[in-house]
Ligand binder design. Structure first.
Ligand code: NAI
Ligand SMILES: N[C@@H](CC=O)C(=O)O
Length: 361
């Protein structure tokens, strides 16, 4: 196969703006690693100007490895103002990557877009939080800057893009039903009552599937945000309160201070075991399902599905989204694939960066 000549790419070198990364945790670190790999392979990414976490903002003076190491080593800050807010200004055409789970950062999305700065985000609190904020983000794009949100649902699976394309083509979305949490899909496909559920939650967190606070996954809040993003893309202006959510989190865990969460995870074990045994006895499988329906409302929660159910056969972090529309009224269009993890999420973020950069030419 060494004699195969690759077809020449239509794209040229890097153009225009620079990249700034907010968040150097699980996802942010994977973005830096993938950026370096892609640049080494000759993929024309914009230059990386700086990166920041909640402690420091660090310029990329040539070595991204050094920059991220310095950001990781920076001391904790006590001030309320994030480091990047006082540091180097962003300019029109730059691309901010939001790899935080911060409400403060999400509140800046519309502001940046209005200033002509593109935003690429894994943080779901922009278009999956308050409706007014999501609307402001849509409105701000009229100024020409673009919003890359592929990573917010299914860690980049093309469900969100597909819904937008169907709507743009005149289709009307009737309902979307799916397994939209990678961590819960992984937990429930692993949980067979041979180990405590809480042990598996710790594993999912260490593997990078869970939210920085795993209660966001276990409470259904993460799926609620994804459902809001999908519903709004489908043209339904839902608010968080429009989605009924059945949380898996017992009160003691819900009320725990952040540093006491780990110690309270075992409060999940008994109720999950009971749900598992009941489902097992009726040949069913536990799945955490989100659904919105243009006529019948929206809900998120644990369901015991027959083994033959299309949503019940996923493995690992697999997400599955079934889309019902005018075009697909009875047999839905189904998108399926790994829906959590640092690598797939980082790839989705940099895909958006490349799309935006190419369209800005
Ligand atoms: N892990 C996954 O599979 C996926 C994660 N995501 C999203 O990616 C985001 C990041 O997740 P992780 O990397 O796991 O979180 P993490 O907790 O590992 O990292 C978060 C980073 O954000 C930084 N940060 C917090 N507030 C900040 C601020 N105001 N300014 C600058 N930096 C700030 C923290 O210092 C930290 O570096 C979350 O919004 C999550 O929902 C989205 C899709 C998939
Ligand atoms: N915590 C999330 C990660 C991706 O959004 C999940 O479990 O799906």
């Amino acid at each position: 196969m060494s004699s195969v000549t690759r077809i020449r790419s239509a794209t040229g070198g890097a153009r225009g703006g620079r990249i700034a990364l907010l968040g150097t945790g699980v996802v942010g670190s994977a973005v830096v690693a993938r950026y370096r790999q892609l640049v080494e392979r000759g993929v024309p990414l914009p230059p990386f100007a700086w990166l920041s976490n909640s402690r420091a903002q660090v310029a990329n003076d040539g070595s991204l490895d050094e920059a991220i190491a310095r950001a990781h080593a920076a001391p904790r800050q006590s001030g309320a103002v994030p480091p990047w807010a006082e540091g180097e200004a962003l300019a029109r055409g730059d691309i901010v990557i939001d790899a935080t789970a911060s409400d403060t950062v999400a509140d800046w999305h519309a502001e940046w877009l209005q200033r002509g700065i593109h935003v690429v985000t894994a943080n779901k609190l922009g278009n999956g939080g308050d409706l007014a904020r999501a609307q402001a983000i849509v409105d701000a794009q009229r100024e020409g800057a673009r919003y890359g949100d592929s990573a917010t649902v299914g860690a980049g699976l093309p469900a969100l893009r597909l819904i937008r394309e169907l709507v743009a083509g005149g289709d009307r979305i009737h309902a979307v039903e799916g397994v939209l949490s990678g961590s819960l899909a992984w937990l429930l496909s692993r949980f067979d009552d041979t180990r405590p559920f809480s042990d598996l939650v710790r594993e999912a967190r260490d593997a990078g599937y869970a939210e920085p606070d795993p209660r966001q996954d276990l409470s259904g809040e993460d799926v609620r945000r994804k459902l809001l993003i999908l519903a709004r893309a489908a043209g339904l202006p839902l608010e968080a309160r429009d989605i009924r959510v059945s949380s898996l989190v017992p009160d003691a865990l819900r009320d725990a201070a952040p540093d006491a969460v780990d110690a309270q995870l075992n409060t999940l074990d008994k109720p999950l075991r009971e749900r598992f045994v009941t489902a097992y006895r009726s040949d069913a499988r536990l799945c955490f399902v989100g659904r919105f329906d243009a006529e019948r409302g929206a809900s998120v929660g644990l369901r015991a599905l027959p083994l033959s159910h299309p949503l019940a056969s996923g493995h690992g972090t697999e997400n599955r989204a079934a889309i019902f529309s005018d075009r697909y009224p009875d047999r839905p269009l189904v998108i399926q694939g790994p829906g959590a993890g640092a690598q797939v999420t980082a790839a989705a973020l940099l895909d958006d960066v490349l799309r935006i950069d190419a369209s800005a030419r």
